[in-house]
Design a protein around this ligand. Structure first.
Ligand code: SF4
Ligand code: SF4
Length: 398
């Protein structure tokens, strides 16, 4: 007689193990990984880190400080994810692995201070202003970031705005990207779009999630969800914030990278603008988050290639990662500088007058190592975008 008892339900799979089990260990991601290229050690590769995180999750291997170091040294660039034929979501796996690591080994004081400031943008702004005042007097080892800009350009309002679009500001960007926001608002004003930064928004939480503070990241996401509840489009400027903002938004809203948005609006407003021509050579850095996550590289290349007289030199030393990697450039400056060095050498060799990069963390890291002007591509585009000259009135005959 068959038993009337229900058969026991299989236990839900461990989410980290489920993510890791998609890896078929083909090794195709290894040539794309900057830390593997540097060390040639399997444990410093995506495949090695996935195997390590899986073994820790299953309890088949004990976590040691050497193993933790391998996880620490991942730059989170997700170049491995971009080339993986099996669709391994390495970014999600890394966040999960770091969250468990944080339970084994609590975050240090510096990381927690950075996270606390990022979660309170007004406090972050105060701290950065104080840092800016002190900057000229500090020894080099206490200057992990360039001084924030002092003179801020004023945004120009769209006189006849047809459209209003919400803007995500961020944490350190509140101070460091003030001029970028003005540039974005000038560009978009020309196209009849007004930018509006809703109150109540906060840090995107990427910095927290990548260091394993998933609860802190979720709290910030909730605040952003409420701040952008009534806005269908949210523009993001920093490629490193884009994914976290997109995930935080309610289904009625979606995040759009500002470069994608500008490219699309320019295409639909022919005749309302033109590029100012002039010879110049600029260097272009394509951040890992822009290449592997946001994917606005096509829009950016198309925008720059349309400018008459402009020569663009793409920096591509190593695997493109500059080593900034969230707060890692503050936690381990020497290592971050190792990844930056070949890119700075390319920049110097290129003879470019400025360096363009769409991610704030990368720009801060570069600006701390070069005298060349470092800007978001939108700041440069805003300089070259202008209204067409009105046709000259016909000469009046005597
Ligand atoms: S992560 Fe993807 S590319 Fe890398 S070893 Fe696993 S299956 Fe292959
Ligand atoms: S995220 Fe970047 S550094 Fe980390 S394993 Fe993948 S390719 Fe390597």
């Amino acid at each position: 007689m068959p038993s009337a008892l229900p058969s026991p339900r299989p236990a839900a799979p461990d989410p980290l193990v489920a993510l890791a089990d998609r890896c078929v260990q083909c090794g195709l991601c290894l040539p794309a990984c900057p830390t593997y290229a540097e060390s040639r050690i399997e444990a410093e590769s995506p495949r090695g880190r996935i195997a390590l995180a899986r073994a820790w999750a299953l309890g088949t291997v004990e976590a040691t400080s050497t193993g933790e170091d391998h996880l620490d040294r991942c730059l989170g660039c997700r170049s491995c994810e971009a080339v993986c034929p099996a669709g391994v979501e390495y970014g999600a796996l890394l966040v999960e692995a770091r969250a468990r690591q944080r339970e084994r080994r609590p975050a240090g004081v510096r990381q927690r201070t950075i996270e606390a400031l990022a979660a309170r943008p007004s406090l972050m702004a105060l701290a950065l202003r104080a840092y800016g005042w002190l900057h000229p007097f500090l020894p080099a080892r206490w200057r992990p970031l360039p001084a924030p800009p002092r003179a801020m350009t004023r945004p120009s309002p769209a006189l006849s705005a047809e459209d209003t679009v919400a803007l995500f500001v961020g944490c350190a960007a509140g101070i460091y990207e003030a001029n970028l926001r003005s540039a974005a608002s000038r560009c978009l004003a020309m196209l009849g779009v007004r930018l509006h930064a809703p109150d109540g928004q906060t840090c995107c939480g990427s910095l927290h999630a990548h260091a394993g503070d998933t609860r802190g990241a979720a709290r910030l996401a909730e605040r952003n969800r409420q701040a952008f509840a009534s806005t269908p489009i949210v523009l993001t400027l920093a490629s490193g914030c884009h994914e976290a903002v997109a995930r935080a938004l309610p289904p009625s809203a979606h995040a759009v990278d500002a470069l994608d948005f500008l490219a699309e609006r320019l295409a639909t407003r022919a005749g309302a603008w033109r590029w100012r021509s002039g010879p110049e050579r600029v260097a272009l850095h394509l951040p890992c988050t822009q290449r592997n996550v946001v994917r606005s590289v096509g829009s950016l290349r198309a925008l720059l290639s349309a400018i008459p007289g402009l020569e663009v030199v793409e920096l591509d030393a190593g695997h493109g990662c500059c080593g900034a990697s969230g707060a890692q450039m503050l936690e381990d400056r020497a290592r971050a500088e190792t990844f930056r060095a070949p890119l700075l050498q390319q920049l110097a060799d290129s003879g470019a007058t400025r360096l363009l990069s769409a991610n704030l963390g990368c720009r801060l890291h570069f600006a701390n190592g070069t005298q060349v002007t470092v800007q978001h591509p939108l700041e440069f585009l805003a300089e070259r975008l202008e209204a067409p000259a009105s046709p000259r009135p016909p000469a009046v005959a005597d």
